[in-house]
Design a protein around this ligand. Structure first.
Ligand code: CA
Ligand code: CA
Ligand code: CA
Length: 451
């Protein structure tokens, strides 16, 4: 072999590896976004909520109900009538919510007491060592020391949140109340199972595959509700089947409608748009009940609206801050589902879904944006339940009962501003309820924007 041949071969190899290096670098630098490529069927991404401000302290404004200093800054809690709801239910540690997201700050002062604890990885093993850290898969589920959940990005039990999104979502659902720290979650009594499918520091991970694995874990390990504040435009048979399995196991799946600024009836967004009866698709509203310009909408595909603009919640490092998007709205509805499930045990997820949708406040602003024309109302979800549902969880035979107005609420006076009221349901909700309520029973009194 001639010397020239070796030189030529060496140059060729150099060019090849240099190109490969550039390719790998570009792949690693690429932020996963389903909008960039419709040909990549493996993409799932958390909603791009933006931290609009961040602080390690929160203003000291004690609440009459809870002593959490920042509670009065939470417009969404007021909008959803949380204070009155909490007089009925604050949730239950028995309700396990799987938060499939970017991880969590496990040491956050307002979250640490509400982390789910895997009973099979807790306590002492035969050698007197802590099962949570003994390096052994004590419960035989194939994962070592999965005490609070699992990191499917790095395939270990380290759940650190390198983005902030997952910690923020967890706080909205279940930050501790009455601890003189931070905020209160919608369901301050809850167990948060943490399943990490995305990490900005680990590029190239298969978000969809990690999502499906997370859903499977939640099913296997006994979650009651799955919160998924993310999605993508590609249908995935594996993801669909995992959520269908969750449905068969009685697990509610609350999904973000997405921040694509688009009509989901025309441009589907998954998993929110899978036609499965255990999924609630949630869009986001601002304090004036307008759906955010960034939020997806759809009178066929988006079920309900909930607060999603400038929502105060937890951030990594014992911090707090504001984020905006359908992710935040989704967490509100998940919190509501915890309250309903804790208040009425043995409820199946489809019942919980029906009640949360049916008891929302009907608003004209939402008629062209959602299936129900409604926004979340925590208090009504709990009080109307009391009137129409038996302790066994059987749904009231008379659906009018479900829609009945809370007798403690004042009706709007004649001549009062009623522009925010809806006089009838959208047809699709009636279909969803499986019965046709009388329209004249449905005039729902609104406090609207008076908070
Ligand atoms: Ca294990
Ligand atoms: Ca162990
Ligand atoms: Ca708190």
């Amino acid at each position: 072999m001639s010397r020239n041949w070796w030189i030529a071969a060496g140059c060729l190899a150099l060019v090849f590896f240099a190109s490969l290096g550039t390719y790998v670098y570009v792949q690693e630098g690429k932020h996963p976004s389903r909008t960039q490529s419709s040909s990549n069927k493996t993409e799932r991404d958390f909603e791009q909520s933006v931290i609009t401000s961040k602080t390690d302290r929160v203003e000291d404004e004690p609440s009459a109900l809870f002593n959490d200093p920042a509670i009065s800054q939470a417009w969404g809690l007021k909008k959803a009538d949380a204070a009155r709801a909490w007089s009925i239910s604050k949730g239950s540690k028995d309700i396990v919510v799987a938060v499939i997201d970017t991880g969590i700050d496990q040491k956050h002062e307002d979250l640490i007491e509400n982390l789910w604890i895997n009973p099979g990885e807790t306590g002492l093993d035969a050698n007197g060592r802590d099962k949570a850290s003994n390096g052994i898969d004590d419960d035989g589920n194939g994962l070592i020391d999965d005490v609070h959940g699992w990191n499917y990005v790095s395939n270990n039990n380290r759940l650190d949140d390198n983005h902030g999104h997952g910690t923020h979502i967890a706080g909205i659902i279940g930050a501790a109340a009455g601890n003189k720290k931070g905020i209160s979650g919608i369901a301050p009594h809850v167990s948060l199972m943490v399943l990490k499918y995305y990490d900005p520091k680990v590029p190239g991970a298969d978000n969809l595959k990690n999502t499906v694995a997370s859903i499977r874990y939640a099913i296997k390990m006994g979650a009651h509700i799955i919160n998924y504040s993310g999605g993508g435009t590609e249908f995935s048979q594996e993801e669909y089947e995992a959520i269908a399995e969750a449905d068969r196991k009685g697990i509610l799946f609350v999904a973000a409608a997405g921040n694509e600024r688009s009509n989901s009836d025309q441009h589907h967004y998954y998993p929110a748009d899978y036609k499965l009866k255990n999924i609630i698709s949630v869009t986001a509203i601002d304090p004036s009940t307008q759906v955010l310009a960034s939020s997806n909408y759809g009178v066929e595909t988006v079920d309900l609206a909930a607060p999603g603009q400038n929502i105060l919640s937890c951030l990594p490092g014992n911090a707090y801050g504001y984020m905006t998007g359908t992710s935040q709205a989704t967490a509100f509805v998940t919190g509501a589902a915890v309250l309903v499930m804790a208040h009425k045990q043995n409820f199946d997820p489809v019942d919980v879904k029906k009640y949360i949708l049916a008891t929302g406040d009907a608003q004209t602003e939402l008629a062209a944006k959602t299936r129900t024309s409604r926004k979340l109302n925590l208090y009504k979800a709990l009080t109307i339940l009391d009137k129409g549902v038996s302790a066994s969880g059987a749904v009231a035979v008379n659906t009018e009962e479900i829609f009945a107005i809370d007798p403690n609420e004042k009706r709007p006076r004649a001549g009062a501003d009623s522009t925010h009221e809806m006089s009838s349901f959208g047809r699709s909700l009636i279909d969803a309820m499986g019965a046709k309520p009388k329209v004249d029973k449905l005039g729902t009194k609104q406090n609207g924007n008076s908070f």
